[in-house]
Design a protein around this ligand. Structure first.
Ligand SMILES: [Zn+2]
Length: 230
């Protein structure tokens, strides 16, 4: 019989006492998480599973936070953060040379089944959600030019404020798509003498301003040349 996970305690644990969840399928953006940790600190506990007689805790949720801390390393990382033009110590190590590589962990106990489910759903739930774009734009507007630690770049914000036009809007501006809009595009690099030969051999085509017309003309010439003479 399986039971839900049971919360035991919250502790500060040296990283070497944590073990990555075996087979964790999510590949997180570790530098982004480290940037957040430096700006915001570890605002959320890693969830670690305790098993009797096992000296290590297995990380069910927060595997990438653990990896970001490993990437940070012990001691002073030498990376203070800039917030609204002012420098402030790193939210992980406080730029203290004596800082020990450790993470705050919520320790739980559970069976194997529940451990797998927690690991899966924790990864899944973060990708299944969606955004209220207006609310997101509003929140980001408070960040002003100070996006460090938000996980957003200027380009992200620009896309949000002025998203690229939809297909319908494009059709309004440029008319409905033509059939040949969806044709394949050939593009390749050639030596100058090949280009000259191409233009030379196709000079008599119907529309010399259109390389596609030149190309069809060249194909016709090639076909005629290879057909046995009548
Ligand atoms: Zn640091």
């Amino acid at each position: 019989m399986t039971a839900p996970a049971r919360y035991l305690r919250t502790v500060l644990v040296p990283i070497h006492q944590l073990r990555e969840f075996p087979g964790n399928a999510k590949r997180g953006d570790i530098p982004l998480i480290l940037d957040s940790l430096r700006h915001n600190g570890q605002y959320r506990g890693i969830v670690g599973r305790e098993v009797t007689d096992d000296p290590l805790l297995t990380v069910l949720a927060g595997n990438h936070t653990m990896k970001a801390l490993v990437l940070h390393g012990p001691g002073d990382c030498g990376h203070p953060v800039k917030v609204r033009g002012k420098e402030r110590p790193c939210g992980v190590c406080s730029n203290d040379p004596g800082w020990e590589l450790a993470a705050r962990v919520e320790v739980v106990e559970c069976d194997d089944d529940t451990a797998r489910k927690i690991n899966l759903v924790d990864n899944r739930s973060s990708e299944k959600g969606s955004y209220d774009r207006d609310a997101l734009a509003e929140l980001l507007s408070y960040a002003d030019d100070d996006l460090g630690g938000t996980g957003y770049t200027d380009a992200d914000v620009q896309l949000l404020i002025a998203p690229p036009p939809s297909l319908e809007e494009l059709a309004d501006s440029y008319g409905d798509p033509e059939e040949d809009d969806f044709w394949p595009v050939l593009k390749f690099r050639v030596a100058p003498e090949i280009r000259d030969a191409f233009y030379g051999l196709t000079i008599n085509c119907a529309d010399p301003n259109d390389d596609a017309v030149r190309f069809r003309y060249l194909l016709d010439r090639a076909r005629n040349a290879t057909e046995p003479a009548a």
